[in-house]
Ligand binder design. Structure first.
Ligand code: SF4
Length: 736
């Protein structure tokens, strides 16, 4: 008999409600849940393919151990755990606590129980060599939040549903479905901006899919975001558009900012950012004049050498135009289960307590930049990493100079992977401990309710029962951690409970943390049986979620000290670096990544329906650059940097800025022939074979994955290539 289940999709930040039909242990249909309080029936091709991924014959379902010949063999859970623990203990004995590293991959943020336990596992290991995907993604934004508001998770969210003017930099929600901007029904919401007469101004080195919904688009040179924003802030002050009394009521440091930006008139920054001074001035004036406005930046503003400073300047724009904590401006969500208190107790709101051993890159939220991982493995000396645990993720494709990282992974004495695939990273593991599929566990978005454009709350129960010997990620971490000497939250009552529970054979269920956060949160029942407030049991009775209303002003409780620290000394000082960059001679050609709605980093390339059709891992090249390099549309081209070179098929298009080449990240599957059979056929170029791990945002240590200087040349003669340029973005089929 078919059964229908309602569940929030775990694949990206958009939190779409899915209506999943199952029969005989298989998914037979997936559609958007029209009754979902947040996503209103929207889903993208990835969500629709969730059943295909569940059935994937390449998904690892039993523990595997690597044989000396490099092939994997199935072993029992007991043998796998014994082997994993023994190797980690040996590495710790030989090299000390820092000799064991732990990498937390991006899928973990979509898995509440793994997210909670991974923090305790890392602290239990006691290593300084913790790495995570945030240093390849969001850290500049999160560090700016720590410096301005006192909490890394305090990210002001554009009020997309009500704003009159949205200035968006380096973000492509029409493909990514939103990032640090959780907005189910992305396209409906983007479309709604123009439909109600408001404006969406997009600034991006590519004319992206999001440009379709924008009222205007401007190209910007990769890495020029800080310069562009300085020009905007300068104009706001110069034109007297800043209400200093109003700003000073909520923020400190306004005069310091004004002094600091005086040296950055639009004429000075225009060449670096590639946006005309007149346009910068006009946008600043329109921003100030709008009834309400919001500035938002994402991956493009973060993954460059000035990411933290650019993220800070975005917030400066919002604060000084009076749009901070205001309807239609930027607001802090009020999640029903707010993890910020827990994060604070875990010491997440910390920066530069220690630095990486080889290069001195700063710790942030307890983790070191992943750009430093390869050298920490390969550089001899005290504290050298010789053993590794990875939890999901694929740094061998997502980290810069991934060739160097792969070599480093292959040299480890002991590597334990908690993962459901033998991918480019985990193929180097000595043992793979596979968790159950996400459809076999409960799901709660612990972080993304806190980044959402509307306050809602949802919990999803498992669609399928857990297989008899199956284990969730948190259960694997719990067993490993306890056998290695204990998990540690650093919260005495929790640590004691864990310890006593382990001894008595009673395990902590991470859902109890969610229940506690719900009960003690703004909408909670406060543990009163008479209260109508929320707890987890009540939430489970609402399979389409509960709507808690629009975002509302009232940010002060989310900000440490109740005031915005508008002028952090660290960032003011960084303007010297921005100024020096303005004077530096410009590079002729730089490389950036891109994303497609059917792709999610490297995760989903083994799903046949998502990779079907034309080659998407092409190199977008502007016609002028193509002519200069002597290449034509459809020709194989070689992209070469100081690190390496890759080949791709050229798509000559005016949808990319002159001087910029764009190749999507997450490809390069040619090496996983018999373990990711669909992806291996697809192969594609690995963007991170040419990115450079020495290029980082100096403040946060985040990899500058965009803006890599490159050379472009023909890889093969142009005999079968087409000579005419294409309109890559505008001719793309609309999806989602
Ligand atoms: S946009 Fe797609 S991948 Fe993201 S949550 Fe929705 S269905 Fe899932």
């Amino acid at each position: 008999m078919p059964a229908v289940h309602f569940r929030t999709c775990h694949l990206c930040e958009a939190m779409c409600g899915l209506e999943i039909t199952t029969e005989s242990g298989r998914v037979t249909n997936v559609r958007g849940d029209d009754a979902d309080v947040f996503s209103r029936g929207h889903l993208c091709p990835k969500g629709a393919a969730i059943g295909e991924q569940y059935d994937d014959p390449d998904r690892v379902r039993v523990p595997l151990r690597r044989r000396p010949d490099g092939r994997f063999e199935a072993i029992s859970w007991e043998a796998a755990l014994d082997f994993a623990v023994a190797g980690l203990e040996a590495a710790r004995r030989a090299h000390g606590r820092n000799g064991v590293a732990f990498y937390i991959g991006n899928p973990t943020v979509h898995n509440h129980s793994a997210l909670i336990l991974s923090q305790a596992f890392a602290r239990g290991l006691g290593t300084r060599n913790l790495y995570d995907a945030n240093s390849l993604d969001a850290n500049p934004r999160l560090l700016a939040s720590l410096l301005l508001y006192g909490a890394a998770t305090a990210v002001p969210i554009p009020d997309v549903d009500h704003t009159d003017f949205l200035l968006m930099l380096g973000a492509n929600p029409a493909a990514s479905n939103g990032s640090l901007l959780t907005m189910g029904d992305v396209r409906g919401r983007l479309k709604g901006i123009r439909a109600r007469g408001a404006r969406l101004v997009l600034v991006d080195p590519r004319r992206t899919e999001t440009a379709e919904w924008a009222t205007e688009h401007h190209f910007i040179r990769p890495g020029g975001d800080a310069a562009f924003l300085l020009g905007i802030v300068h104009t706001l002050f110069q034109d007297g558009l800043v209400d200093s009394q109003r700003v000073s009521a909520i923020a400190d440091g306004l005069d310091d900012v004004k002094r600091a930006v005086a040296a950055f008139p639009p004429e000075r920054v225009a060449a670096r950012c590639g946006v005309d001074a007149d346009v910068i001035r006009r946008l600043a004036r329109e921003l100030a004049a709008a009834k309400s406005a919001a500035v938002y930046g994402r991956i493009g503003t973060c993954l460059n050498e000035f990411g933290t400073t650019a993220s800070w300047l975005i917030d400066v724009c919002n604060v000084i135009t009076g749009n901070f904590d205001r309807r239609g401006g930027v607001l802090f969500p009020s999640p029903a289960a707010d993890p910020s208190g827990l994060a604070k107790k875990l010491g997440v709101n910390r920066y530069a307590r220690w630095r990486s051993r080889v290069r001195g890159l700063p710790e942030f939220t307890g983790a070191l930049p992943t750009a430093a991982l390869a050298e920490e493995i390969t550089t001899p000396g005290e504290g050298q990493v010789r053993a590794l645990v990875t939890l999901a993720g694929n740094p061998a494709r997502s980290a810069p100079d991934s060739g160097a990282l792969e070599k480093a992974l292959a040299s480890l004495d002991h590597y334990v992977a908690i993962d459901t695939y033998i991918n480019e990273t985990t193929r180097h593991a000595h043992v793979i401990l596979p968790p159950v599929h996400a459809l076999e566990r409960g799901h709660f978005d612990l972080l993304f309710h806190g980044f959402a454009v509307r306050n809602t709350v949802k919990y999803s129960v498992p669609v399928f029962p857990k297989p008899a010997d199956g284990r969730e990620e948190w259960e694997i971490l719990y067993t490993l951690g306890m056998r290695l000497g204990g998990l540690r939250f650093g919260i005495p009552v929790l640590d004691r409970t864990l310890h006593l529970g382990w001894k008595a054979g009673i395990r902590l269920d991470p859902d109890r943390v969610i229940d506690h956060l719900l009960r003690t949160g703004a909408h909670g029942d406060r543990y009163s049986p008479l209260s109508k407030g929320l707890n987890l049991a009540k939430l489970k009775q609402s399979p389409h979620g509960i709507d808690l209303g629009p975002l509302k002003p009232g940010a002060a409780p989310r900000i440490a000290g109740g005031r915005v620290a508008l002028a952090p000394e660290l960032l003011l000082r960084d303007l010297e670096r921005v100024a020096a960059d303005l004077e530096a001679s410009s590079v002729a050609l730089v490389l950036i990544g891109r994303r497609h709605v059917r792709s999610n980093n490297s995760w989903m390339h083994n799903v046949p329906s998502l990779v079907r059709g034309k080659d998407r891992a092409t190199a977008w090249v502007h016609p002028t650059d193509a002519a200069a390099a002597g290449v034509v549309n459809g020709q194989r081209v070689r992209v070469t940097s100081s690190v390496g070179s890759i080949e791709a098929t050229a798509e000559v298009t005016e949808d990319v800025m002159r001087g910029v080449v764009s190749i999507p990240h997450g490809f390069g599957h040619g090496v996983v022939g018999d373990t990711l059979r669909v992806a291996a056929k697809l192969a594609g170029p690995n963007l991170n074979d040419v990115t450079d791990s020495s290029r980082v945002d100096a403040i946060s240590g985040t990899a500058a994955l965009n803006g890599t200087p490159i050379r472009l040349s023909a890889a093969k003669p142009a005999s079968r290539a087409r000579a005419r340029p294409s309109r890559a973005a505008s001719t793309r089929v609309r999806e989602g």
